[in-house]
Design a protein around this ligand. Sequence first.
Ligand code: ADP
Ligand code: 5GP
Length: 207
Amino acid sequence: MPFHHQRAVGNTLRGCATLSTSRDPIILVLSGPGGVGKGTIVQALVKRDPQLWLSRSWTTRDRRENEDPNAYVFVSREDFQDRIAANGFLEWTSFLGNYYGTPSPEPVAGNDIVLEIEVDGAQQVKTSHPDAVLVFVLPPSRLEQQRRLRGRGDPEQKVEERLRKAEEEEPVGIAIADHVVVNDDLELTLQELLRVLHHERNRRTTR
Ligand code: ADP
Ligand code: 5GP
């Protein structure tokens, strides 16, 4: 298992030996249709939970105007294919004409991992790591999803493409998910995801 690390869980009493246990990192996988708020959610999650390490994906798509240059590693198709050949991805897929992939993770020891990826990749991760926790995020409505995509500045053709794609992604995403969350109020969504994480941590350190 490549992501195994040692974690000290408590040595607070003077004179006590360090109580140490080991567990594999939790792999939290967030998926959902375009514009539902995945990027916003994972950025907020890693700010609130210093134990969470956010994987940075590779993509061959162009950077959006106003998009953070660090949102992805933006690469050519050739560089992406070279990395596939070198077995350098945990998972990868082709989505709306571009490649997207998660480089084999190298988290800081003791951290858990969060991936923000589409459903085909989520399924691949679940197959290779059955302990991964899959969360599928839904918009409150298609209209609100459209509003968010437009509000982000997506061109109309991309908005339509992502709305159509959502019809295809949602039934699959819901079927494979361990948890389904409707991202209506962002704060409530974050609280729900932090609860899922804490529950997983407790479950894995006590079993
Ligand atoms: P995704 O990564 O799923 O494509 P983004 O994180 O880019 O989506 O969010 C799309 C837009 O929706 C952004 O403008 C973001 O600020 C906004 N947004 C995210 N979550 C919410 C929410 N709960 N309520 C209202 N707007 C939101
Ligand atoms: P966008 O172009 O909107 O940034 O992303 C398009 C889709 O690709 C989203 O559903 C996003 O979650 C997904 N995605 C981003 N990175 C990866 C990745 O590394 N692997 C996979 N499989 N999907 C990804």
